[in-house]
Design a protein around this ligand. Structure first.
Ligand SMILES: *Cc1c(COP(=O)(O)O)cnc(C)c1O
Length: 405
């Protein structure tokens, strides 16, 4: 999965360019920076690599989502549909603009179930935010259709699926806007960082201002900039952008290693007929950062997890159903709307109502799912050994439950 595994002289070189001039800020200081503009260069590289017309870097993926919400005008009174299985940042961003996160069930794609999305639409719905979890994509044709039908924005949280595609287009470039995270464990990293991609000039201009205190960036004198609207500071630093610039040039290398290791491990697991795999709407577009697989029942899955843990082979395998960060079941802070700042009582009531709905359809999927993260550092022998150990555990548990393995 992560680009940090292959840290190299290339990243050091880009960072050193910035350390030489000492201009760590992405805007201004035109003279002393001696032509070094890492953030601008990385934005151009993002556009070129992923086929997006515009790109605005941010200090994190969460900041990118928040900025996109702001640029789309989402706020008070609005509802945003997002999946029950995601990273907490998805609902944090929705809450940060004062909108209501409407959590909706996932299906065997591990992303938004289009039928469940349809049922969740109300007159207050403003946007659908699919999350392309664990390297692979949501059913984009179905979601695009629903958005068109109901005049809703489509905002893609592609933070976990850098390099994935759907019908030839990069994930994150298909909707009105899309985001990547470049945090430390993502497919390519800046250390911390994120980006908003869009083909809409209006959203880009708003994102550009929003991430830098509302500056219009029209002149060369920051002090003379106008502020057409109130913004925040979600800027990336030149040091972080420099790391990302080295990493984006290596992305093809990361992705091809990821695919190779993914294929080898998946072929080993596929020997067990009782295992099924995540449904992928466009298999050719899987970024292959994880293999997500299902066992027949929750009981068997829990037994496999326990046995992998006992044998010390659980690290790198994620049982999201019991995880505090990624699945609704353990998000007590959201269910109780535990915020530090007080929320308007109506908003608080809506947030709690949405988070405490019935998610049994998601439970059905998530309770049987394990995702295995793909390392870029594995060699073929290690994958073989890892795969065999996993297969042995799974077969032993299946035998105990009298299921043909
Ligand atoms: C990582 C991630 C984010 C947020 O990214 P940060 O850069 O860590 O703020 C948002 N959504 C998903 C699905 C993520 O995995």
């Amino acid at each position: 999965m992560p680009g940090f595994e292959l840290w190299s002289d290339k990243e050091r070189k880009e960072v050193n360019d910035v350390l030489e001039t000492g201009i760590l800020m992405r805007y201004g200081f035109d003279g002393p920076r001696k032509g070094i503009w890492k953030a601008k260069e990385l934005e151009a590289a993002v556009c070129q690599t992923f086929g997006s017309k515009y790109a605005q870097l941010t200090s994190s993926g969460t900041a990118a989502l928040t900025t996109a919400m702001g640029a789309l005008g989402i706020g008070y009174g609005d509802e945003v549909i997002t999946p029950s299985f995601t990273f907490v940042a998805s609902f944090e961003a929705i809450l940060s603009v004062g909108a209501v996160p409407v959590l909706v069930d996932v299906d065997d794609t591990l992303t938004l179930a289009p039928d469940a999305v349809r049922k969740a639409i109300t007159p207050k719905t403003k946007a659908i935010m699919p999350v392309h979890m664990c390297g692979s994509m949501a059913d984009m044709d179905a979601l695009l259709f629903i958005c068109k039908e109901h005049s809703l924005f489509l905002l893609e949280d592609a933070c976990q699926s850098i390099g994935g595609t759907y019908k030839g287009k990069h994930l994150g470039t298909i909707g009105d806007a899309g985001t990547f995270s470049f945090d430390f464990v993502k497919t390519m990293t800046c250390g911390e960082g994120g980006v908003i991609m869009t083909n809409r000039e209006d959203l880009y201009i708003k994102s550009d201002g929003y991430t830098d205190h509302g500056h219009d960036h029209k002149g060369v004198d920051r002090g003379a900039d106008l502020h057409p609207f109130i913004g925040y500071n979600y800027r990336i630093s030149e040091l972080h952008a420099a790391v990302g610039l080295a990493q984006i040039k290596r992305l093809d290398e990361f992705l091809s290693l990821q695919k190779k290791n993914h294929t080898q491990l998946k072929n080993i697991l596929a020997q067990i007929p009782a295992i099924s795999f995540r449904r992928i709407p466009d298999p050719a577009g899987d970024s292959c950062s994880f293999i997500s697989w299902f066992l027949p029942t929750e009981e068997i899955t829990k037994a496999v997890v326990a046995e992998m843990k006992a044998q010390g082979i659980l690290p790198g395998n994620f049982y999201w159903f019991d995880n505090n960060w990624h699945y609704i079941r353990k998000w007590d802070h959201l269910k109780n709307a535990d915020t530090l700042n007080s929320l308007h009582p109506d908003l608080k009531a809506s947030v709690m109502e949405q988070a405490n709905k019935d998610f049994s359809a998601s439970d059905d999927v998530m309770s049987r799912c394990i995702s295995t993260a793909i390392s870029l550092l594995w060699n073929e022998e290690q994958i073989q050994e890892k795969g065999e150990k996993m297969v042995n555990v799974i077969k032993a548990v299946l035998n105990k439950h009298q299921i043909p393995a």
